[in-house]
Design a protein around this ligand. Structure first.
Ligand code: ADP
Ligand code: MG
Length: 283
């Protein structure tokens, strides 16, 4: 059984008296334990709606969302579901509730009713894994955007979820802040086997995932591994950019130099070197 499963999920928002806006149309997808999945789609494609459906903040109009076999419409399971799935939203300022970093991180485990010693241990571990231990006693207001978002991630980690959903959680950060958050999330996925659903419109983040799901106007239009990038029109048709290395590789191809589909600086350099030496060039 998949850990998170959407089966033919529909969702519409009411708009005016008798009208509605369809945000998701028959969406089916899964996230397995330990997987790192990116969900990409342009503005208004339904990404945040999908994030809110994951942990029962919204209930589907049609179809079903299950977490570890529990349906999100079953109110008696919501507590268990929210222990298993943590969601980090876009704006870190809306996610701090107290004036001291460590109290903020303790908020989730306190709500689980855990004993104080266990809460202390979870807070310390969570702050350590996002590299924010030295800020435990600071006020969240004094932190940079990237640091605040790492504290928000620590708050979710302290609940020890099996899946973390990040809804454009790096959207308000500068490139350094984005890298900090992505590094932390990748490490947790790799070392702690925490599953990740990274909702993003930054293609470099999507290229870091094991699997990519593309949402276009409320529907899933592609779901596959990194090989999706070798058919770039799937992304451009959905209104998305391509990772910078894919764009440069396309330009080189148009000039007669096919280096395949590199997704990182390292892969790009290796592909160019391989191509040049295959051509008998000196590298
Ligand atoms: P994304 O996160 O990909 O930008 P959203 O899930 O926020 O997409 O929005 C999907 C669609 O639902 C859009 O057309 C948006 O205008 C609409 N929508 C989102 N939230 C609301 C809301 N609270 N009330 C009415 N319409 C909404
Ligand atoms: Mg959104």
């Amino acid at each position: 059984m998949p850990f998170l499963q959407f089966k033919n999920v529909d969702y519409s928002y009411p708009s005016g008296e008798n009208d509605y806006i369809t945000a998701l149309r028959s969406v089916s997808l899964t996230v397995e334990r330990g997987e790192f999945v990116a969900l990409v789609g342009c503005n208004g494609s339904g990404k945040s709606t999908l994030a809110r459906l994951c942990n029962g903040l919204l209930a589907p109009d049609g179809g079903e969302v299950t977490v570890d076999g529990m349906s999100t419409v079953d109110k008696s399971e919501l507590y268990e579901i929210r222990k298993r799935i943590g969601v980090v939203f876009q704006n870190p300022d809306n996610q701090t509730v107290t004036t001291v970093v460590e109290d903020d991180v303790a908020f989730g485990p306190e709500n689980l009713g855990l004993p104080p010693a266990e809460i202390r241990e979870r807070v310390d571990t969570a702050l350590k894994s996002v590299g924010m231990s030295e800020y435990a006693k600071s006020g969240p207001a004094r932190l940079s955007g990237g640091q605040k978002q790492r504290v928000a991630i620590a708050g979710v980690l302290a609940i020890k979820p099996e899946l973390m959903v990040l809804d454009e959680a790096t959207g308000m950060l500068d490139p350094d802040g984005r890298r900090e958050v992505l590094d932390v999330v990748r490490k947790l996925n790799r070392d702690e086997n925490m599953a990740v659903l990274m909702i993003t419109h930054f293609m470099e983040e999507a290229a870091a995932a094991d699997r990519i799901i593309i949402l276009d106007r409320g529907s899933v239009v592609a779901d596959g591994g990194r090989e999706l990038f070798s058919a770039p029109e799937i992304f451009t048709d959905a209104g998305l950019d391509l990772p910078v290395y894919v764009r440069v590789a396309q330009k080189l191809k148009a000039r007669g130099m096919d280096i395949g589909c590199p997704l990182s600086a390292e892969q790009f350099v290796a592909a160019v070197k391989a191509r040049l030496s295959a051509d008998g060039g000196c590298v």
